[in-house]
Design a protein around this ligand. Sequence first.
Ligand SMILES: [Zn+2]
Length: 56
Amino acid sequence: MRELVLLACTTCQRRNYYTTKNKRTTTEKLEFSKYCNFCQKHVPHKEGKLPNPKKN
Ligand SMILES: [Zn+2]
């Protein structure tokens, strides 16, 4: 089962990217270097939780 996760800029904390991961095979936190429009440079983006998905 793949889970949708957010990638948040570690500098400005903005959530710039979405990705998915397989919870069963990837247990550690994801971290990618990506371009942040707000910082206007590449910065590490870390996995963050999705804002409350609505349940019924
Ligand atoms: Zn940023």
